[in-house]
Design a protein around this ligand. Structure first.
Ligand code: TEU
Ligand code: CA
Length: 540
């Protein structure tokens, strides 16, 4: 099966299922839920980092790339997980965080101790640039007592690696081979479009310095080298690059098959349409016109140039899309299905973030004490420093924090919602009693809807293989597209608002077959009225 037909499910291991009652999710917990994931129908699970780490950034600060954090279990737990998943026809994708290492990694420690070989693994300069860290503050920190500075695009404890050094590249390629030998079939590469830094680093006042270190031409060379040295030789490997602040032109280059870089890319533009002036720590209703423009630009260009998108609404860095893009008080279920349809029938490989399949929501925390994420804590302080009131700063963090999606998976209505029997590392969401897997499987309809979407992708080649073109690009309420494959066509209409809206149906679709809709609906007649948050897919 090609990666175009697959659906990938992201697990945040810390928050999935705790089996040894320490309040932290673990590998045996994931193994235990493989039958659940099989039932959903996903083909692959992507695990956020499970390696030894001081957890300053929840594992995205890796201290050892080829071991398992004891907090999650042992290497044999991991091997068991791979084996059980395989028995159920599910493959495993690991998260490779190759832009930076934890300052606790032995490479950094040796470098600090004066070892020249390891100093050349990092980006050390006498003079820092003006770049701003993505987690706040200057992106450079003093390198011990040397008078030099090391680059950290993220937290101070995440030191950027020097990919220009061939020894660094070889070390990282060896990591990929190590996991491939364990049977890992996919890799998600963290911020992989930031690895290629210029030789001479320059100040850049625009956008916190991002243009100076993002999507540099050499980045493509490094990814191609990685491909050739590791996964590129195997036909059944799946690779996805997380692309920060990227462009469609670059993502086409990253994913055109003949360039031998990656299968697909994540980009985040569609999840910034509720950022005021492009700034995350602000609040604004989402800009639907902008959202559509982005979907159509990316969808059309990737389709024309033979690139490939990774499609997603949620991940461990984003507040829940349901809260951002729908009216959850009145239309949670319809909204969840509409959002799902809009990407699962689209051109690209869909990703489901744990809990999305039951319509989980942001947690409604009542104080800053509940938040754990380094980015949220820094942002709160920066907001206060900038003169924002405590009340307002809290409101913003609450809407924007990455912890919104990191709360424990809601399995049942028991204490701690079946995630653990002790207080979890991050508090549960307030809706755990009403929104959980047990309840959803008994009486809900979102999970079933996802099951059907996943099946449709495998049954109708038009979904995996069809081209993409925009339909009704100027409609103020509907995001819609037409997929074409051989002589077949698929029209997907998604109403992003709680008001009904009526449109003329093109002739060719008037006698079409409804593949899936979140309302009872037929297509007899020239007009079609979409109910609040209705999605409908018509095949002809
Ligand atoms: O995320 C990269 C990234 O750009 C986001 O962290 C983004 O800057 C942030 O969410 C905006 O608010 C990846 C991982 O997904 C994230 O969890 C890590 O913290 C980060 O890289 C560093 O490894
Ligand atoms: Ca545990």
């Amino acid at each position: 099966m090609s990666f175009k037909e697959k659906v990938i499910y992201q697990i945040y291991p810390k928050s999935f299922l705790d089996t040894n009652q320490d309040g932290i999710g673990d590998l045996p917990g994931i193994k235990q839920k493989i039958p659940y994931l099989k039932r959903l129908g996903v083909d692959m699970i992507w695990l956020s980092p499970i390696y030894p780490s001081p957890q300053n950034d929840n594992g995205y600060d890796v201290a050892n790339y080829t071991a398992i954090n004891p907090m999650f279990g042992t290497m044999s737990d991991f091997e068991n997980l791979i084996a059980t998943a395989k028995e159920h026809g599910i493959e495993v994708m690991l998260d490779m965080v190759f832009n930076h290492v934890s300052t606790e990694h032995e490479w950094f420690q040796k470098a600090l101790a004066g070892d020249k070989k390891y100093q050349a693994y990092f980006i050390l300069r006498d003079e820092p640039t003006d770049w701003v860290s993505k987690f706040g503050g200057n992106a450079w920190a003093p390198f011990g007592e040397t008078g030099k500075f090391y680059l950290h695009l993220f937290d101070k404890t995440q030191a950027d690696l020097n990919w220009r050094n061939p020894e660094v590249r070889e070390e990282l390629f060896e990591v990929i081979r190590f996991w491939m030998e364990k049977g890992v079939k996919g890799f998600r590469f963290d911020v992989i479009n930031l690895i290629g830094k210029d030789e001479v680093l320059k100040d850049c006042a625009e956008n916190d310095g991002k243009p100076a270190y993002t999507d540099r031409p050499i980045n493509h060379d490094f990814i191609h080298m990685m491909n050739q040295a590791t996964f590129g030789k195997e036909t059944d490997m799946i690779t996805v690059g997380e692309m920060s602040f990227t462009t469609v032109e670059n993502c086409i280059l990253y994913t055109q098959p003949e360039r031998e870089e990656l299968n697909m890319t994540f980009n985040f533009h569609h999840l910034k349409v509720d950022y005021k002036d492009g700034k995350k720590w602000t609040q604004m209703p989402f800009d639907f016109t902008r959202l559509k423009e982005l979907f159509h630009t990316w969808g059309t260009q990737m389709s024309q140039e033979n690139g490939w998108n990774a499609l997603f609404w949620n991940n461990h860095d984003q507040p829940r899309a349901l809260n951002r893009f729908t009216d959850v008080d009145n239309y949670r279920v319809a909204g969840a299905k509409m959002l799902a349809s809009s990407i699962h029938l689209n051109r690209g490989t869909p990703y489901i973030y744990m809990g999305e399949e039951i319509g989980m929501l942001d947690p409604d925390f009542d104080s800053m004490e509940k938040y754990a994420d380094v980015e949220s804590l820094n942002a709160y302080q920066e907001l206060l420093l900038a003169g924002t009131s405590e009340k307002e700063a809290f409101k913003i963090v609450k809407a924007k924090s990455r912890d919104n999606s990191r709360t424990p998976m809601q399995w049942d209505s028991g204490e701690y919602s079946g995630f653990s029997t002790v207080d979890p590392w991050l508090s549960l969401g307030n809706t755990a009693n009403e929104i959980n897997v047990a309840k959803e499987l008994q009486e809900g309809s979102i999970f079933n809807y996802y099951q059907r979407l996943i099946k449709l992708r495998k049954e109708y080649p038009i979904i995996a293989e069809g081209s993409y073109e925009a339909f009704l690009p100027d409609h103020p309420q509907i995001y819609s597209y037409i997929r074409s494959y051989e002589d077949r066509r698929l029209l997907v209409l998604n109403n992003f608002f709680p008001q009904e809206t009526t449109i003329d149906l093109p002739d060719e679709f008037q006698k079409g077959e409804v593949l899936i809709s979140n309302y009872d609906s037929d297509t007899k007649g020239q007009e079609i009225t979409l109910k609040p948050y209705q999605s409908i897919a018509i095949y002809c």
